[in-house]
Structure formats: C-alpha cells, structure tokens
Design a protein around this ligand. Structure first.
Ligand SMILES: [Zn+2]
Length: 226
C-alpha cells in the first residue's frame, strides 16, 4: 500500500446483506510477496473464482480524529498507511492487530472490491483470478480541495495497467462528496413528501375501490342466494 491517506470506499463500496463469514482473517488462497507495484503485495496461490471473499480487513477500530492524528504523525516517515474508513464514526487501522489484507495494493484495473457489511470490511474477487496474479482494488483515497497539488501528486499510481488513472485518489474530493450527499438527501426528502401526497390520494382511491368491491360482493352474494 502506497497510501498515506485513508482509503475511503464510496460508490464502489457495495453494501450487502449476507451471512457474515466467521473467519476470513487468514486465507489459504493467497500469499504475500514483494510487488512490482509497491512494497509487498498479495498473490493468488490457486485460481480464485469471481465472488469469492478472500479476506476481512481487520485491525484496531478507532475514531476519525484518532485516525487523523496517526495519519499526520506518520506522514513524514514511511509513507505507508493502513487506515480504512468504515463509516462516519469508525476507521480500521490495519497496522495494529491487522492481517495480510493490508498488503493488497491499489490497482486501477481492479480484480477485487471492498464490501461493507455490518460495519466490517471484506475483500471480494470481482472476476476469476489466475494463480500467481496480484490482487488489487481501487483505493479511492479521500482528498480535500485544500490539499496542495504536491500533496496530491504523492498518490500517483504506478500500477502499469493500460487503464491506469494515474492516481490512487478518488475521482471526487470530500467536498464534492458532501455536496452530492446533501443533494441526494434533499431529493430523498422531496420524494418522501411527494409519496405522502400520493398516499393520501391512494387511500381515498382505495376507499372508493373498497366500496365498489363491497357493492360487487353484495351483488354476487345476492346472485348466489338466488
Ligand atoms: Zn493505476
């Protein structure tokens, strides 16, 4: 992991409801080796089918302010970070009590994705992976419009793929995400309000329909009695 920032998964981070697997702390499917992309990487030791959950991303669960403190403290030394944003309250620090999931590198042409489930993070194959292939997912690192171009340049991507975006940063800044979030909340509110009007209308329609139905029933039972 070359990141100094918190890998925040946004749109691509699917939220699924399934039975949570008990133990994905270790994986027989992969091994950690030196990577040409960056530092160490995680490689398939056998074919991995699309949809397979390879790891749970574990580590110490901390608050955002603690994560920021650790991030700024480490910033000038090794350039590695294993901070993973779970939600508005929690960040997982993979460098403390973490597993090998923290060595999975960023890849623009990702073969894995991260999934949030009950405030836990899982790494899942999104296509069939061959033996010897390096695993990777799109980090979508958080960044702010107040970051300097020099700061942002540190997150240049060297994945070497033809589809390389050139950066490990998320396409949108935190500010843009907030604006989008606010807009979607507004839309949801407007939708809920218009649904209410429809509901009132439909209740009246239902009453009318119920009266009609009752009338029909009466007619039927009348006919039945004959
Ligand atoms: Zn790339």
């Amino acid at each position: 992991m070359a990141s100094k920032k918190k890998p925040i998964k946004t749109e691509k981070n699917k939220i699924k409801k399934q039975a949570i697997p008990d133990n994905l702390i270790h994986s027989e499917l992969v091994e950690v080796r030196n990577s040409p992309i960056h530092g160490r990487g995680v490689y398939a030791t056998q074919p991995i089918k699309s949809g397979t959950r390879v790891y749970e991303y574990v580590g110490e669960r901390i608050t955002h302010s603690e994560a920021d403190r650790r991030f700024w403290k480490k910033r000038h030394d090794d350039g590695h970070t294993f901070l993973f944003v779970v939600n508005r309250k929690t960040v997982i620090d993979g460098s403390k009590k973490g597993n090998d999931a923290r060595y999975i590198n960023h890849r623009c042409e990702a073969n894995c994705e991260t999934i949030t489930e009950d405030n836990r993070i899982f790494i899942e194959a999104i296509r069939n992976i061959k033996t010897g292939e390096e695993l990777g997912y799109d980090y979508q690192l958080t960044w702010s419009e107040s970051d300097t171009p020099e700061d942002l340049a540190l997150y240049q991507c060297l994945c070497g793929s033809r589809k390389c975006r050139g950066t490990m940063l998320d396409a949108k800044s935190i500010e843009q995400h907030l604006v989008a979030e606010r807009a979607s909340r507004k839309r949801a509110k407007a939708r809920a309000a218009s649904k209410k009007t429809v509901k009132t209308k439909s209740r009246a329609t239902t009453k009318k329909a119920a009266r009609k139905k009752a009338a029909r029933k009466k007619a039927v039972s009348k006919r039945g009695r004959k």
